[in-house]
Design a protein around this ligand. Structure first.
Ligand SMILES: C=C(O[C@@H]1C=C(C(=O)O)C=C[C@H]1O)C(=O)O
Length: 481
């Protein structure tokens, strides 16, 4: 039986050693900013792209044709809503077998929606290809868009200025399908799987050709059935601002399993971060921290994911800005989320070390190592041969590396906070405090103070190093003002 803790979506794996990073794309009026955001997310190491909602205000695709979700061979004859469609390259309904009967290269329409890879689409009832003459540019709600492949929204004027051979999606009924198609194409182009937020069976149908993962917030039975029929993995969250408890999540997971949805990842908001570990333990499912709301710099995705890992989560979902940079409008919201994560993840920088947190693992393992001689049998009967000692050291080394990575992520956040507060990165007095604290702790825990101070000097160098971009942008901003 597959391990329920591990959910694979494309090349992304929830519940593996590395936290999974989901970048929610912003709502955008055209494909260009979505593409920019997707590329920034990819460059920043995102594993999955996500939609915030199914219907951006308008969406235009002006790029090359990209395949829909793997599993449906492009060019196959497919059947949708009773009609058989040739060369559609997409399957509009789950489980519909390929058929025959529609001439190759026909323009196709399925169940009121439009298939994105079709040559030309039309509103329900309009014969394929009709009324869309050649010409430069298409008009959407007052804007003329040259070279558009796909467009949506009210106010589209079929028949006006549409280039020959362009794929045109028009009319309100196609809105959701178009959103999904544009987002899907952006995701395919970026080479990342796509998670689509769905809140109705119609959303599910629209998302299906493109989605690799569906996200649902406290779904009712009808939506659960529609989602189950897709066979896609699911990210389950509570309603916005209302995180379920570990028990409620457990019950919801069982309900989904009863409906046939086995691959489930759970999403907790930032305020529920402290519950991540409990939810994970209780349900046995991967948990991600869903920080949707404030739009963050794509560069914060990785540090946020490590911070999420620090509270026992398997990943993070954050919404990024259109250009991948920090959105000024979202700074207050971001500032309210980050401290929540930081306070949940560990003590504030200046707090006295908690009696157990840092001391426990460090104190425990040297005690074992000190009593271990090759071949010796420990009092509890466990053998402490060299291999066993090395195996424990290996675990400890992995923890140390994790902690080094975690400290680095916090340093990045410190850099971002300093940039906003317009204070310099380097704080020599704080560095002295950090070194003295480490030295005292080393003495108390019977570690070698010289070694510990040397390590901390390296850690501080690393923290200063990763804050360089923030220092640079602070300088650039100061120069501008
Ligand atoms: C992380 C910070 O930035 C720098 C790095 C420090 C560290 O690694 O402990 C301390 C002071 C700063 O020079 C900070 O200000 O806390």
């Amino acid at each position: 039986m597959p391990d329920a803790r591990v959910v694979k979506v494309g090349s992304a794996v929830f519940g593996s050693d590395a936290p999974t990073v989901i970048a929610a794309l912003p709502e955008a009026a055209s494909a260009a900013p979505l593409r920019a955001a997707a590329q920034a997310a990819r460059a920043a190491g995102a594993d999955i792209l996500a939609t915030v909602a199914m219907a951006p205000s308008a969406a235009v695709w002006a790029g090359p044709s990209v395949p829909t979700r793997p599993g449906v061979p492009a060019g196959a004859d497919v059947q949708a809503g009773g009609d058989v469609l040739a060369d559609a390259g997409v399957l509009a309904e789950p489980g519909v077998p390929p058929g025959a009967g529609v001439p190759a290269e026909a323009d196709v329409q399925a169940a009121g929606d439009v298939l994105p890879d079709a040559g030309v689409s039309a509103e329900p009832g309009v014969p394929p290809g009709a009324g869309v003459p050649a010409g430069p540019g298409v008009q959407v709600g007052g804007d003329v868009l040259p070279d558009a492949d796909v467009l949506t929204g009210g106010g589209v004027l079929p028949g006006e200025s549409v280039p020959a051979g362009a794929s045109v999606l028009a009319g309100a009924p196609a809105h959701g399908a178009t959103s999904a198609a544009v987002l899907g194409r952006v995701a395919r182009e970026a080479g990342l799987p796509l998670m689509v937020a769905v809140s109705s069976p119609e959303d599910v149908r629209n998302a299906l050709p493109w989605a690799d993962l569906l996200s649902v917030a406290a779904p009712g039975p009808e939506l659960v059935r529609a989602v189950a029929a897709t066979g896609l993995p699911v990210l389950l969250t509570g309603k916005p601002g209302d995180d379920p408890s570990a028990e409620e999540f457990d019950e919801a997971v069982r309900n989904l399993a009863d409906a046939g949805i086995g691959e489930v990842v759970l999403g907790l908001g930032a305020t529920g971060a402290a519950e991540a570990w409990a939810v994970r333990e209780r349900t046995g499912r991967p948990v991600i921290l869903d920080l949707r709301g404030p739009r963050v710099d794509a560069g914060l995705l990785a540090p946020l994911s490590l911070t999420a890992a620090g509270v026992g989560a398997d990943g993070v979902l954050a919404q990024i800005t259109e250009d991948g940079g920090v959105s000024a409008a979202d700074v207050p919201a971001l500032a309210s989320v980050l401290p929540l994560l930081l306070t949940t993840a560990g003590p504030p920088a200046d707090a006295a070390p908690p009696p157990n947190a840092t001391a426990a693992p460090a104190a425990e393992v040297p005690a074992v190592a000190a009593s271990a001689q090759p071949g010796e049998v420990a009092p509890d009967g466990a053998g402490f041969g060299l291999a066993a000692v090395r195996s424990r050291m290996r675990l400890l080394d992995a923890q140390i590396v994790q902690l080094v990575a975690h400290r680095r992520s916090l340093a990045r956040l410190a850099g971002e906070v300093k940039r906003r507060a317009r204070v310099p990165v380097r704080d020599l007095r704080q560095e002295v405090r950090v070194l003295e604290r480490a030295e005292r702790l080393a003495q108390r825990l019977d570690a070698d103070p010289h070694t510990v101070v040397a390590i901390f000097n390296l850690l501080i160098d690393d923290a200063v190093f990763v804050q360089r971009p923030y220092q640079a942008s602070l300088r650039a901003e100061s120069a501008r003002t």
